[in-house]
Design a protein around this ligand. Structure first.
Ligand code: F0G
Length: 406
């Protein structure tokens, strides 16, 4: 099938009511490995996520315009669903009763949901105390056997890898090839939404580096098939405290990666030994993108700015805007160029971070406390008032005075 026929077929499926066609992943099934006949996909109608204009963020980054594809608008509120629908479907086809993952939270929430939908049991290994309550509570409600290990994410991966060697459990970490295949569809859907005109830049957060690898694979495949005429530059942003890929790319020419002890409040990307770094390096190089790192305070500021555009996201997603600002300053991104940020998780994934940010104590007692003073204009602590019109009205007047001219 040629590129034009594929585009038409995918457009036509939008008016179909068949479950596989209403999924924003399986609608593009010509780009995916196929299930055997008689096997239906496990779908929660994932994908189909919006592309938003971010005018305030554009101004703050020094760009003429800026867009974001919000993968947090998936059924379990993160991009993981696009890969979980494919991988869980293949797990069921192969007859597994149990699936398992190590996770910083989102993979476990997504896996638990898809396992439940597909009639499989799920086992979750997560670092104790280092994932947000929102994500943990999702895994519990979807019925996963949830183990909080006294280890970080990298420690959880080690235990899981050994466990799946001993027991008939299907591994659903992002090294699973079917997950990467499903995650490719975000890039395909994005280009359909842009009428197949590639942006100059796509910017994505980097943790275990499965997502960047998947998006890059999709870009290269789309170019090969003639679906797009040229490649966008794919750039990956990491948190300074969890930056092994940044160091590998900038300091070691991508030849090796030195694992490190990761630490960041963006817990989704608190990963020191990313599994897919070689694949990610290859696609960043092939698309002529780059890798950047951003500080904790830069992440917090960017997250509030994305919120101020009425969109919001979880901390790990906000590294994209923080990274863009640096890339504009460095001249790697030009103000008139088109840029799409990939927002990976929903703002409600980590409300604790958001509340601490607005109350002003997110960085209290940390090395970032002084640098965090720049955040004050973005902070909106909730107010406790007498239940009177006068009290509320006086607050409004004070707010008007304080922000007039802003
Ligand atoms: N953003 C969010 C919200 C994530 O949950 C993750 C990864 C990433 C970005 C990074 O993506 O690992 O493909 O480079 N979360 C994984 C998890 C590790 O277990 O939920 P990546």
């Amino acid at each position: 099938m040629d590129a034009g026929a594929l585009k038409q077929l995918w457009r036509d499926r939008k008016s179909s009511l068949a479950p596989a066609d209403t999924s924003g992943v399986w609608r593009f099934r010509e780009m995916l490995p196929s299930l055997k006949s008689g096997h239906d996909p496990i779908t929660l109608r994932e994908g189909n996520t919006p592309v938003y204009e971010l005018p305030r963020c554009a101004r703050s980054a020094g760009m003429k315009s800026l867009r974001a594809k919000h993968q947090g608008m998936n059924p379990t509120a993160s991009f993981k669903d696009t890969g979980m629908t494919t991988a869980s479907s293949f797990a069921r086809q192969e007859g597994f009763r149990w699936v398992a993952c190590a996770s910083t939270g989102n993979t476990s929430a997504s896996m638990a949901a898809y396992a439940a939908r597909g009639g499989m049991r799920s086992l979750v290994l997560i670092p104790e105390g280092k994932i947000s309550w929102g994500k943990l509570s999702q895994a519990l409600d979807y019925g996963a056997v949830t183990c909080q290990l006294r280890a970080d994410f990298d420690g959880c991966v080690k235990v899981l890898n050994e466990l799946v060697r001993r027991k008939p459990i299907y591994l659903l970490n992002s090294v699973n090839p079917y997950r990467l295949e499903g995650q490719k569809t975000a890039a395909i859907e994005l280009h359909e939404q842009l009428d197949w005109q590639p942006p100059h830049h796509i910017i994505v957060p980097g943790g275990n580096l499965g997502n960047s690898s998947a998006l890059g694979k999709a870009l290269l495949e789309m170019k090969d098939l003639g679906l797009i005429s040229h490649l966008p530059k794919l750039s990956v942003i990491q948190a300074e405290g969890a930056n092994p890929f940044y160091r590998s790319f900038r300091e070691l020419g991508g030849k090796t990666l030195l694992p490190l002890q990761a630490d960041t409040l963006a817990t989704a990307i608190r990963i020191g030994n990313p599994a897919s770094w070689k694949k990610a390096f290859r696609v960043v190089q092939a698309t002529e993108g780059t890798v950047e790192q951003v500080s904790e305070v830069e992440i917090a500021l960017a997250k509030a700015e994305i919120g101020s555009d009425g969109v919001g996201c979880e901390p790990a997603s906000a590294v994209t805007l923080a990274g863009l600002k640096k890339l504009v300053t460095q001249g790697f991104v030009k103000p008139h160029e088109s840029v799409v940020l990939i927002l990976t998780g929903h703002v409600l994934k980590d409300p604790e971070f958001t509340l601490h940010f607005h109350r002003g104590d997110l960085f209290a007692g940390t090395a970032h406390e002084q640098a965090a003073s720049v955040l004050a204009p973005q902070q909106r602590a909730p107010l406790v008032l007498e239940a009177s019109v006068e009290a509320v009205s006086a607050t409004l007047d004070r707010f008007e005075r304080e922000t007039s001219g802003a």
